[in-house]
Design a protein around this ligand. Structure first.
Ligand SMILES: [Zn+2]
Length: 229
């Protein structure tokens, strides 16, 4: 049932009359059928409150999705760097001779590149309102943390153990391993940057599609208004 809306001039109930946005200010206007007085339909404070709550929930949901995309892309970049490290570097952390790399790993490399391209492109779309540089930095921060996570945790735990006089016996990734990882990470960072640039094009495509949809809806509303006037 519509909320009561009384004409301030002749006290006619206007609730059942549909409000039409006026051409100039876009205010929802109702014209009283009896006295022809034009009045603006206002929202009840309760309605405003719930609308704000819904908007807040939608923002929280969007933020959660954006954070999830960032973490997933960061995790992919870091995971691929760690996984590719023993394939492309030796136990001293140096790059292997091209002849000694197993050719069966070509598919693995291609899959890794695809994953990283996809992930970084998704991050670019999720942070479309930010500059390219900012979005790149947003992806790099969790990736760097994930790549060095076990090293950071091991280092911290060893410090705590030393302080408490317990002999440290934790397995921390060795320096050559971390060197190999950082080399692979650097290579994949270049791939991620290309993915971000591709994401710019993807975002443009999405924007064009949504603009077309908005103008279609706008045309429909206009047609309906012309009919009502
Ligand atoms: Zn009236």
């Amino acid at each position: 049932m519509p909320r009561s809306h009384i004409c301030p001039s002749c006290l006619t109930e206007l609730a059942r009359i549909r409000a039409v946005p006026d051409r100039h200010y876009r205010l929802p206007i109702v014209i009283c059928p009896k006295c022809k007085l034009a009045c603006v339909r206002t929202k009840h404070p309760d309605q405003v409150f719930w609308r704000e709550i819904r908007q807040l929930l939608r923002s929280v949901r969007l933020l959660t999705i954006t954070i999830l995309i960032t973490l997933l892309a960061g995790g992919t970049l870091a995971g691929m760097s760690v996984a590719m490290e023993p394939v492309f570097t030796d136990n001293r952390g140096n790059f292997l001779e091209p002849s000694s790399i197993d050719l069966d790993d070509t598919y693995f490399l291609l899959a890794a590149i695809c994953f990283v391209l996809l992930g970084s492109g998704a991050v670019r779309v999720a942070y479309a309102h930010q500059r390219l540089w900012t979005a790149w930095l947003i992806l790099m921060i969790p990736s760097t943390v994930f790549v060095s996570f076990d090293w950071l945790v091991g280092w911290g735990m060893n410090h705590i153990k030393k302080m408490m006089n317990i002999s440290p016996n934790l397995e921390i990734p060795s320096t050559p391993e971390m060197l190999g990882r950082s080399k692979m990470f650097l290579l994949l960072t270049i791939v991620a940057s290309i993915g971000m640039i591709l994401g710019v094009f993807l975002n443009r495509m999405i924007q064009t599609c949504s603009r077309k949809r908005v103008s279609k809806i706008r045309r429909k509303i206009k047609k309906r208004q012309v009919k009502q006037y």
